[in-house]
Design a protein around this ligand. Sequence first.
Ligand code: AP5
Length: 200
Amino acid sequence: MLNLVIFGPPGCGKGTQSARIAENFGLIHLSSGDLLRDEIDRGSELGLQVRSYVEKGLLVPDNIILRKIYKSAIRFINSSGIIFDGFPRTMVQAIMFDKFLKKKNITLNMVIFMMVERAELFKRLRGRAEDSERKDDKEKIFNVRMDVYEKETHCLKKYYIRQNKLLKVSGMYPVDDVSEKIAHAINHYRQKNEIFSDVI
Ligand code: AP5
């Protein structure tokens, strides 16, 4: 199995790159945001529970997202691997996720950290908002999502550096260029069991 996590601020390209990585390497793409939006669209009990958090740009409580991710991940335990997009997003989620992986005897191979300048993030989110159906794609919610990222998620960088799992990727280049760099780093990891330490 090849199991990856991708994280970074809203609009950094996590979803875009995850879809390409999943296709290139035959992985399952598990996007926590997509899973939650699907529950909301279906009007499920979980959807009703999480709707106001997602629409306000706030994080869904850890226990709810952890349950949802575990359940989804277990379905794919015999696959060739999973890319976790947007999860974990807090220290509690990261620690609990490690415990879950250990219990299931699953290795997390690499954590892809996408770096994009703030002005570019706003530009991308504004661009997508023009024809987005996402309720959180509104200018005033962008700021909330950015603040939540800074406060709750950015600290994961240090957590995964300590585990020697962090691959730092500049997401400031065109989509194809970023995909190529990531694919190169994954292939390098597969051949040499080594993660590039410089920003790619
Ligand atoms: P989520 O769906 O994960 O949203 P997000 O983190 O805000 O990220 P986005 O989907 O907006 O952006 P992205 O980084 O995926 O970029 P994308 O590829 O789309 O989460 C939504 C909500 O769900 C959260 O706010 C929270 O409420 C809840 N949630 C989710 N996970 C949770 C968790 N673990 N715990 C608790 N709550 C959770 O690209 C953005 C735009 O930029 C697109 O238009 C794209 O075409 C464009 N673009 C991408 N790459 C490039 C590039 N290289 N150059 C130019 N444009 C580009």
